[in-house]
Design a protein around this ligand. Structure first.
Ligand SMILES: [Mn+2]
Length: 338
């Protein structure tokens, strides 16, 4: 862990008016954490405004307090005493990066191991399944915030999102204990899962079908990937913010150790999302292309056309698989310990 929640709590105490923000392509962990934190700050008599670098899709409408969350726009009036950046480094905040770099005191709470921590105070704990776990700790054990149904719902959505509904290997006893307590405070697991996973437009599911048509697998069966072109996804914002849901398809194949989604963002800009298991370090592969994340889930953006970017990534993947295999043969656990 880098920094600490005590450091973060101390820094927050010093200010009254906060910007709360998170990464581009927001996910339930970032949004749920932000909305819960804002309510807690208000309970403590402080002012806080959530501004998302990207507009939120309507599938977030069920999160309590989301109606007061603003989407960043150029020329927006930004006047805060401090900024709290959640679930990423400040430089992943899209249009807000310039403001965050303007000298405003920064407080950073995250669980991505590739985040080295920055700002006045930070807490980066890769052992937390979600940033929502860290927010829970802060509210419960540092501030004695009243866990309202609204806070419980937002934090449960955060935990559910980053653990694949408590299926991924980052799910710990602690995660489930927190989730249990959130349910006791009014979070409704079935309702939250329905909103997060069973609330799509027909067009969106139809796009998933077309994406699934592109499924490919390496000869050895270890790597599988799907590809979404701009022509395929068009302006569909759900696809834009839910690459997670598409990468699960190659991930379902029993021989696959690394699943990849390639997404064409612009003619010269490609996004790769990785999901791995069995000692393959996805964040290492992502870092070769300037990206980051967790060992089991990571991503990067490559400034090359889709076909070229895909070839580069698959090449790097072959080398990393070979290296991990060699490490195992040598009896080491290089891949696991990186
Ligand atoms: Mn997260």
């Amino acid at each position: 862990m880098l920094g600490s929640l005590d450091e973060v709590a101390l820094a927050i105490k010093r200010y009254e008016r906060f910007l709360v923000t998170w990464h581009v392509d927001p996910d339930p962990d970032s949004v749920g954490s932000g909305l819960a934190l804002r309510e807690a700050l208000e309970q403590a008599g402080k002012e806080a405004v959530c501004i998302s670098p990207d507009p939120l899709g309507d599938w977030y409408d069920f999160l309590p307090g989301v109606e007061d969350c603003l989407a960043f726009q150029m020329g927006m009036q930004l006047d805060f005493e401090a900024a709290i950046v959640l679930d990423c480094e400040p430089d992943r905040c899209g249009g807000l990066v310039e403001y965050l770099n303007s000298g405003i005191p920064l407080i950073n709470i995250d669980h991505h191991g590739t985040n080295l921590g920055s700002g006045k105070a930070f807490c980066v704990n890769p052992e937390a399944a979600a940033t929502g776990e860290l927010i829970y700790e802060l509210l419960k054990n540092r501030w004695q915030t009243a866990l309202t149904e609204e806070i419980a719902t937002n934090l449960f959505a955060a935990l559910s999102g980053d653990t694949g509904t408590f299926r991924y290997s980052n799910t710990t006893g602690q995660t489930l204990q927190i989730a249990g307590e959130l349910v006791q405070h009014g979070a409704n697991p079935a309702k939250i899962a329905m909103h997060l996973y069973e609330n799509r437009a027909y067009e969106t599911v139809n796009l998933m079908r077309r994406a699934l048509d592109t499924l490919e697998i390496s000869e050895d069966g270890l790597v599988s990937w799907i590809t979404v072109t701009r022509a395929m996804s068009g302006e569909d914002r759900w696809i834009g913010q839910h690459s997670e849901d598409l990468v699960q398809f190659p991930r379902m194949i029993k021989t696959v150790k690394l699943a990849i989604l390639f997404r064409e963002i612009e003619p010269e800009k490609t996004k790769a999302s990785f999901r791995s298991r069995s000692g393959i370090d996805a964040s290492y592969i992502a870092s070769l292309f300037g990206g980051g994340g967790h060992a089991q889930a990571a991503g990067c953006t490559i400034h090359s056309p889709l076909a070229e970017a895909r070839a580069q990534v698959l090449d790097a993947v072959v080398r990393e698989l070979h290296r991990a295999q060699q490490a195992r043969i040598a009896g080491g656990n290089g891949a696991e310990s990186r």
